[in-house]
Ligand binder design. Structure first.
Ligand code: KIV
Ligand code: NA
Length: 268
């Protein structure tokens, strides 16, 4: 049996070979990416990608657990990290522990991720002290869309940069094993990466980070709109359209299914 990577394995990669990660929501995509990534994130971006939601606000713990179970079944080597959705952890450290322990018990995943800086430091400490590895997430935190007002890069002026640096420091000191830095300026990402003990995982966080993450469907060209920080490493969307068009015309022409797709009666 292959040994699965653990949160301490990821933590130990600080300053070393870049940490590679992608999101996964399904068993089949988990199986395809497992040989190539160090961890996969069951992100609450599944609300946008799988369900067509405008924001991640409506995503539930049940949705995260179902996809976390699917991703665990599809993978064997990479660490699986599951996002805690909006409303399931911010109320208190106790609420966060109840949700996180349920997610780990029901999925078998090795870690959870939650959004927020200083305000979440006490909770990160509470969970880490009780056997829950926590990945942090600062900079653009999509669950705060209703107070942020829009999805745009942060930390591009001194005041905003100082707040985000403080946020990253606070959750690193509280025991986060890694921290996602989303949509922040390059000099800030570089400074955070140099100053905090936890490895930084960039998404729109520049090449200065200790690792990178992207939403799989975005980098495959399956999403209709993507942020500036996404590079499309493939363009699968049009290939799906072409395959479905070919299928439709063969069904209409009765050229599919052909003989090789058809069962003959058993010979007597
Ligand atoms: O939900 C998600 O996909 C994420 C990553 C983009 C970091 O939180
Ligand atoms: Na997320």
């Amino acid at each position: 049996a292959v040994r699965r990577l653990t949160a301490p394995d990821i933590r130990a990669r600080k300053g070393g070979e870049p940490i590679v990660s992608l999101t996964a929501y399904h068993a089949h995509t988990a199986r395809l990416i497992d040989p190539h990534v160090d961890f996969m994130l069951v992100g609450d971006s599944l609300g946008n990608v799988m369900h067509g939601l405008e924001t991640t606000i409506p995503v539930t713990v049940e949705m995260m657990i179902l996809q976390g179970q699917a991703v665990m079944r599809g993978s064997k080597r990479a660490l699986v990290v599951v996002d805690l959705p909006f409303g399931s952890y911010e109320g208190s450290p106790q609420q966060a522990f109840a949700t996180a322990s349920r997610v780990l018990k029901e999925t078998g995943a090795g870690a959870i991720k939650l959004e927020g800086g200083r305000r979440m430091a006490e909770t990160v400490r509470f969970l880490a002290d009780r056997g829950v590895p926590v990945m942090g997430h600062v900079g653009l935190t999509p669950q705060s869309i209703n107070t942020l007002g829009s999805f745009r890069a942060l930390g591009r002026d001194d005041e905003s940069a100082a707040i985000i640096l403080d946020d990253a420091r606070a959750i690193s000191e509280a025991g986060a094993f890694a921290i996602v830095l989303e949509a922040i300026s390059e000099p800030l990402a570089r400074q955070i990466t140099q100053e905090v003990a936890a490895p930084t995982i960039g998404i729109g966080g520049s090449s200065a980070c200790d690792g990178q993450i992207l939403v799989l469907e975005d980098m495959l060209g399956l999403s209709d709109r993507v942020p500036r920080f996404v590079k499309k490493f493939a363009n699968i969307g049009p290939a799906i359209g072409e395959a479905v068009e070919a299928y439709a015309s063969e069904v209409r022409a009765r050229s599919f299914p052909a003989e090789e797709h058809t069962y003959a009666p058993k010979k007597a």
